[in-house]
Design a protein around this ligand. Structure first.
Ligand code: UT7
Length: 358
């Protein structure tokens, strides 16, 4: 039997930090509300497009796996904030990396895009179609943010990470997954202005209006993720006691706590970084995974549970068995281009381009 081990990992975080206090300079909000309702203290605002974050993440993940880009057979980029629709993001990454042997595809399921992409790459490897794959989860969601809407502007941030998968005979990597979608509630999270149909309505691409029913999404996120967690545990005939670490989608501290409680896993076995980055959509799970590894929270042969949800409303949970190695084989000195603006300046520039003075 062939499995798809995770052998490389790397993240790329934009340096500009937007604190809750910065948001309160142009929105009717405050640090107390944001931290108590969401757990978020700050988030990153990217000065570069997704292609840059994806490239640096990919180079770091390849170094960690000890692989050359030419050895990749597949690149999957999970996101909803691509530089371009045509050609796709993955082909741009193939060119930049020199991964000339890699098939290249994008997957958009909003915040669950990384885990859905992991499922795709895992299936390609387990069925023998490819042997080595690079999977990216990342988002430049702040480009599409309506910074005048306090109901959403405080929640999101930018970030990206990557993993490398390699075929192995050892029983590791993705061992079970459950994916689903509550399309009856797809109207609860809509970013008007992110799609082609708005071009015919006189709306500038990227000039967005967010329809966002927070409490309804919250409720469905908890139900969807905890149900999916129960399903993957049952699929492997294991219990919450067998989970070494939960690495969940990071949208809201209270959602993470509610899912962990329902799954029966105490929070000391949960990884949380939502306070540092907010909701990075497709970037949350892979960035959390990389940071959990960096901090020594992932032990050799650990069993990881990764639940997520997003617009659609898509939901999923993935059960991963880690391998022996929890340290990178190698590192790279590739870095993002320097940023000479503050996060607040980047936000103001983005809004001015849409004709709005904050
Ligand atoms: O990855 C998928 C993305 N989706 C999500 O992550 C959404 C999940 N939902 C949530 O995380 C929560 O529902 C929110 C954090 C979005 C909202 O928290 P809540 O506890 O459900 O608050 P609420 O929406 O019920 O709003 C409570 C109050 C309202 O005031 P009134 O009507 O009670 O006077 C809001 O107007 O808080 C007000 N409010 C704010 N106040 C200060 C809403 N946003 C803000 C804000 N600052 N940023």
């Amino acid at each position: 039997m062939t499995y798809a081990a995770i052998t490389g990992w790397g993240k790329s975080m934009p340096p500009a930090v937007l604190a809750n206090a910065d948001l309160a300079t142009f929105l009717d909000t405050n640090d107390e509300w944001i931290t108590s309702r969401t757990g978020i203290s700050e988030r990153r605002i990217s000065h570069v497009p997704l292609s840059e974050l994806a490239y640096v993440s990919a180079m770091r993940a390849l170094a960690a796996a000890g692989l050359n880009a030419s050895e990749l057979d597949l690149i999957v980029v999970g996101s909803c904030s691509y530089d371009d629709q045509v050609p796709n993001q993955a082909s741009g990454l193939q060119a930049r990396l020199g991964a000339r042997n890699a098939a290249s595809m994008d997957v958009n399921t909003a915040c669950t895009s990384f885990l859905y992409s992991l499922s795709c790459a895992n299936a390609f490897i387990r069925t023998g179609v490819v042997k080595r794959a690079l999977v990216i989860g990342g988002e430049i969601i702040t480009t599409f943010m309506d910074w005048q809407n306090r109901g959403v502007a405080v929640l999101f941030g930018d970030g990206c990470a990557a993993v490398v998968l390699e075929a192995t005979d050892r029983e590791e990597g993705l061992l079970a997954e459950k994916l689903g979608c509550d399309s009856d509630a797809r109207g609860t999270l809509v970013v008007e202005g992110m799609g082609a149909r708005y071009a015919n309505m006189g709306r500038m691409l990227g000039s967005t209006n967010w329809i966002f029913e927070g409490p309804e999404i919250f409720k469905r996120a908890v139900i969807g993720m905890s149900g999916a967690c129960a399903d993957v545990l049952a699929a492997r005939s294991i219990t919450a006691d067998d989970i070494d670490l939960v690495v969940p989608h990071q949208a809201n501290q209270r959602i993470i706590e509610a899912v962990a409680k329902r799954a029966g896993v105490p929070m000391d076995r949960g990884y949380v970084n939502v306070h540092r980055y907010g909701n990075m959509s497709a970037g949350t799970v892979p960035v959390a995974l990389v940071e959990a590894l960096d901090e020594g929270r992932v032990k050799p042969n650990a069993t990881l549970l990764m639940p997520a949800f997003g617009a659609g409303l898509t939901w999923c949970a993935h059960l991963v068995r880690w391998g022996e190695r929890v340290t990178p084989k190698d590192t790279t000195d590739v870095e993002l281009p320097p940023c000479d603006k503050t996060a607040l300046e980047l936000v103001r520039i983005a809004m001015r381009a849409k004709g709005i003075q904050l």
